[in-house]
Design a protein around this ligand. Structure first.
Ligand code: SF4
Length: 421
């Protein structure tokens, strides 16, 4: 059997495809030169925009035509569309994709792939290393918490082992991947069902969960030993390096939000000696001072930070359920610039979000000018199934206005030379 994998979407999907490829190889399959010569086609789907979803329907239906020539051909659909279908308890989305893709032989949840096989890396220099999957933030426009589910962090030591092995094999650049990398470890500390909302952990969490007053911040080991994926506390702390790890308590808007292990993880990976250590994506509300210090201290950590802002107007940010104001964002940028000389930023922005007025969009332009992004991944808002925006808000900005706003930011950020003409 010859396989071909077609991947849509973000680096996380591409990283998942590397592990899918490894599973196919372990079953004795070989890689086809093109989709047309394959007997086993895996489509790793993306749902972040309506356009990405429509491209999948188009491709699978074209494969249906190939099936008339190659009777052995199997089409497997996986990734975000299948994730959503299996999480939608009404069954409506599964019905929809079954009807839209009658040529698909199987809908495979990505969770079934797991981490047992080493991924088939696409290059010998750069490697993606997933550190968490899913998201608990529920931005109102975003389908990710429904496609990938709640945030689950990989055990700390598994990540360090994977990175150490990559270093020994001669890889130069590492990118740590997750939907919100800087909340890495919150579930290892608080439990998988934690709700990462703004709450004052100092008042309630410490005593209830650990019997320790907030003054004595517990170590990861004392919080149940889950970080290492090993037995709970009680071992000899001299022999156990993780016993010394103290989670970083992220303070945002004057309150403790979540504990995270990301600053420790990033520093430990940086110290392995790669030429460059990147991480994507991080969110502004989990960008702790400790994380800034780690980046400042370790020169091999990226100086181009991807920091999604999504909008530069406080009312739009509130409708998006993003936990910061435009001022909070620009203050964070200023803080990073003051501590890390030469640091640059890229971002994600959605234009034409529900109810976005000319004045609100003008505030986004203002923020972009103030920050001076190196690059922006711009999207015109489109409704996504199950999200709060689809359920509760009106997609009322005309498409022509969305296009106009998209072009303004595209010229401003991604093609500054066009502005000068
Ligand atoms: S946009 Fe919001 S909900 Fe979507 S993955 Fe990022 S933080 Fe999570």
């Amino acid at each position: 059997m010859k396989y071909f994998i077609k991947t849509f979407g973000c680096q996380q999907n591409h990283s998942d495809s590397e592990r899918i490829e490894s599973t196919l190889k372990s079953r004795g399959m070989t890689k086809a030169r093109s989709i047309k010569t394959a007997d086993y086609v895996v489509i790793n789907t993306c749902m972040i925009r309506e356009s990405a979803e429509n491209r999948v329907y188009g491709l699978v239906n074209n494969l249906g035509k190939l099936k008339t020539k190659n009777l052995k051909l199997k089409v497997i659909v996986t990734g975000c569309m299948v994730g959503l279908a299996f999480r939608d308890k009404t069954g409506k989305f599964l019905k929809k994709i079954r009807e839209a893709m009658p040529s698909a032989d199987e809908f495979l949840p990505i969770e079934e792939i797991g981490f047992d096989n080493a991924p088939v890396r696409q290059t010998k220099e750069n490697a993606w290393v997933p550190i968490s999957n899913g998201c608990n933030n529920f931005c109102t426009f975003c389908v990710v918490p429904f496609t990938r589910g709640r945030e689950i962090s990989r055990p700390y030591q598994d990540i360090i082992k994977e990175c150490s092995d990559l270093k020994k094999k001669g890889y130069k650049n590492i990118t740590l991947l997750g939907q919100n990398v800087n909340s890495y470890g919150a579930d290892l500390i608080l439990g998988e069902k934690n709700v990462q909302v703004m709450r004052d952990l100092s008042k309630t969490y410490f005593k209830k969960q650990t019997g320790v007053e907030s003054g004595g911040i517990p170590t990861a080991r004392r919080l149940g030993g889950l970080v290492a994926g090993r037995a709970p506390a009680g071992g000899n702390s001299k022999q156990d390096p993780l016993a010394k790890i103290k989670p970083v308590y992220v303070k945002h808007l004057g309150r403790y939000r979540i504990p995270t292990l990301f600053p420790h993880l990033l520093e430990e990976v940086a110290k392995l000696g790669f030429e460059k250590v990147d991480f994507i994506s991080s969110n502004p509300w989990d960008f702790s001072d400790e994380l800034i210090d780690v980046i400042a201290k370790n020169k091999n950590i990226t100086r181009l930070i991807h920091l999604p802002v999504q909008a530069g107007d406080d009312r739009v940010l509130k409708r998006m359920n993003r936990w910061y104001t435009a001022n909070d964002y620009t203050n964070l940028v200023l803080k990073l610039r003051s501590k890390i000389p030469g640091i640059k930023f890229s971002t994600d922005i959605i234009v034409g979000f529900c109810g976005e007025t000319d004045e609100e969009f003008a505030n986004t332009v203002k923020l972009c000018k103030a920050v001076g992004f190196e690059k922006a991944y711009l999207a015109m808002y489109s409704k996504r199934p199950m999200t709060a925006a689809t359920r509760n808000l009106k997609d009322d900005v005309p498409h022509t206005t969305k296009e106009k706003r998209w072009l303004i930011l595209e010229k401003l950020i991604n093609h500054p030379y066009l502005r000068k003409k």
